[in-house]
Design a protein around this ligand. Structure first.
Ligand SMILES: CC(C)(COP(=O)(O)OP(=O)(O)OC[C@H]1O[C@@H](n2cnc3c(N)ncnc32)[C@H](O)[C@@H]1O)[C@@H](O)C(=O)NCCC(=O)NCCS
Ligand SMILES: Nc1ncnc2c1ncn2[C@@H]1O[C@H](COP(=O)(O)OP(=O)(O)OP(=O)(O)O)[C@@H](O)[C@H]1O
Length: 197
């Protein structure tokens, strides 16, 4: 069974992913892979430098993430260009990792993909699990975690499909507005149901 774990920014995907991994289920993390594919000397980083310029590259050759974020969360056209550069490499790596887990005999594999719906990746998985939080909690947690201002945080949230819309398309929803313990309880109920039937 291939499960897509998704949600909005700062909705709690990583928190849920940690609980899933603690149960021995492998998780393929698109955010982590999207960092690996732009490491120094990669083709993707070269393309980023060509389009966005040297100002988004740090002195040590790494990607200046904050700076690039400031550009792409404000400008949808630039975001689309970055997605076109980075996403093919992310998809390739995710599928290699999946094959490896399948060969190792894993029965359940989870894909943690923030943009599962936005990038039409939902057809790669059998079930979609959505981590949901109400808008106010999402904004508060995002500002606190990233030490971001309200305007910046709102821009990031607005760059994604609204969580309400994602709700309609998910096979199961975890409401992470309450405690992590409550989230764990909901997750276990869903996994029990999906991995038995
Ligand atoms: C713009 C970048 C450099 C900013 O880096 P930063 O370290 O500040 O953020 P990080 O990568 O940890 O992402 C945090 C969250 O932002 C959201 N986000 C990231 N990229 C995008 C995007 N292109 N569109 C909408 N939301 C996005 C996701 O919810 C993600 O979980 C980085 O997000 C990036 O390279 N994005 C493009 C790749 C991408 O789409 N990644 C998301 C999953 S593949
Ligand atoms: N139930 C909860 N109660 C309180 N804080 C929480 C809860 N769940 C998550 N958080 C906090 O909210 C923030 C966002 O959670 P997390 O990083 O798991 O979200 P995410 O969906 O993985 O984010 P991103 O899309 O940016 O990768 C973190 O600082 C996390 O510690």
């Amino acid at each position: 069974m291939l499960i897509g774990l998704t949600g909005g920014i700062a909705s709690g995907k990583s928190t849920v992913s940690e609980i899933i991994q603690s149960k021995g289920i492998p998780v393929i993390d698109a955010d982590q892979i999207s960092r690996e594919v732009v490491e120094p000397k990669t083709e993707a980083l070269q393309l980023i430098r060509e389009h966005f310029g040297q100002s988004v590259i740090n002195e040590d050759g790494t990607l200046a993430r904050k700076k690039l974020g400031e550009i792409i969360f404000k400008h949808p056209e630039e975001r689309q260009i970055l997605n076109q550069i980075v996403h093919p490499a992310v998809r390739k790596r995710m599928s290699e990792l999946k094959e490896r887990y399948v060969e190792e005999g894993e029965k359940t594999i989870v894909f943690d993909i923030p943009l599962l719906f936005e990038s039409d990746l939902f057809h790669l998985v059998d079930k979609v699990l959505l981590v949901y939080v109400d808008e106010e909690t999402q904004l508060k947690r995002l500002m606190k975690r990233d030490m971001a201002g309200e305007q910046d945080a709102k821009l990031r949230i607005a760059s994604q499909m609204p969580l309400q819309k994602k709700r309609e398309r998910a096979d199961a929803i975890i409401d992470n507005s309450s405690t992590v313990e409550e989230t764990r309880r909901q997750l276990e109920e869903i996994l029990d149901e999906w991995t038995v039937s």
